[in-house]
Design a protein around this ligand. Structure first.
Ligand SMILES: Nc1ncnc2c1ncn2[C@@H]1O[C@H](COP(=O)(O)OP(=O)(O)OP(=O)(O)O)[C@@H](O)[C@H]1O
Length: 277
């Protein structure tokens, strides 16, 4: 899905926590959303998902028939072909956009298969049947969670829950996939499998990541937020420089080249700022 983030901003608690962000994540590829704690990553994902209406600017996506038929608001940057995502009605948005939020600890009396099937609700017919009844099984397989299908959700470990959340988002077969720290709780092997899977999915994906090396290894493009503002955007090898890492994260880093993949590898050291203060 072609996605345009146009001057988008959100005011929460009396301040701009996302401030004038302009970005065009590449179509059909994995974009990493980076930045320190509190930089505004989750808030920007919620804006892009259309569940938080912006206080400035808009997030534009290609319109569908119903959306293009709707009259445009005065001053809206939307064209008939591109509509603000928060103006799509909920069901249509849910058929096109999936947001994997940070882990929730909710305990629901459902099996794993039932939790994943929640992702299919927007597609159900009037009679309650799913036009693609294999979608849940495919999503469970993609998230390497098939073996968990009949388990009670409440009995899963943190990493197992994360896989099931991912399966639910994949079951939606979204055109736009938004992931908030998807590698949380996953062991190293599962982290690599997940990001390789998402990278190769061919779906426009934006993932908030804290691990700079995972971002460097898997993302086609990265967006770096600091204090709510976009401070850098582009391919990881161009963006993740020692200067940028010092400015944004206040760390000393050497950026090396992986001997096999040619991707950037970030080697952090504690020789920089005095952390004992
Ligand atoms: N509802 C709210 N009311 C007031 N402030 C909020 C609200 N939601 C978020 N914030 C603040 O906005 C800032 C950005 O939060 P956000 O969760 O988007 O950051 P983040 O980059 O995802 O952080 P982290 O890496 O720690 O998850 C933070 O300072 C946070 O405290």
């Amino acid at each position: 899905m072609e996605l345009t983030i146009a001057g988008v901003g959100a005011r929460l608690g009396g301040r701009w926590v996302v401030d004038g962000v302009d970005a065009t994540p590449p179509d059909g590829a994995l974009t990493g959303l980076l930045g320190p704690n509190g930089a505004g990553k989750t808030t920007l994902l919620r804006l892009v998902a259309g569940i938080l209406p912006p206080d400035a600017g808009a997030v534009l996506v290609p319109g569908d028939e119903a959306a293009t038929a709707r009259p445009q608001a005065a001053g809206s940057p939307a064209t008939p072909e591109h509509v603000p995502v928060h103006m799509l009605d909920r069901r249509r948005r849910a058929r096109r956009v999936a947001l994997l939020e940070q882990e929730s600890s909710a305990t629901v009396p459902l099996t794993v298969r039932e939790v994943v099937a929640l992702g299919r609700i927007p597609f159900r017919t009037l009679w309650g049947s799913d036009p693609d009844d294999a979608a849940v099984d495919r999503a469970l397989a993609a998230a390497t969670a098939e073996h968990l299908a009949d388990r009670a959700w409440s009995t899963l470990s943190g990493g197992e829950r994360q896989r099931v959340h991912i399966a639910r988002a994949l079951a939606q077969q979204p055109e736009l996939l938004l992931l908030d720290e998807p590698t949380n709780h996953l062991d190293v092997s599962a982290q690599l499998s997940l990001l390789a899977f998402v990278r190769d999915l061919g779906v426009t994906t934006v993932a908030a990541l804290h691990d700079l090396n995972l971002a460097a290894a898997f993302c086609a493009h990265v967006l770096v937020l600091n204090h709510g503002r976009l401070v850098a955007a582009g391919p990881p090898a161009e963006v993740l420089t020692p200067e940028l890492l010092r400015e944004v994260y206040d760390v000393d880093a050497a950026v090396l080249t992986h001997p096999v993949t040619g991707r950037p590898v970030i080697a952090l050291s504690d020789t920089g700022p005095d952390r004992s203060r």
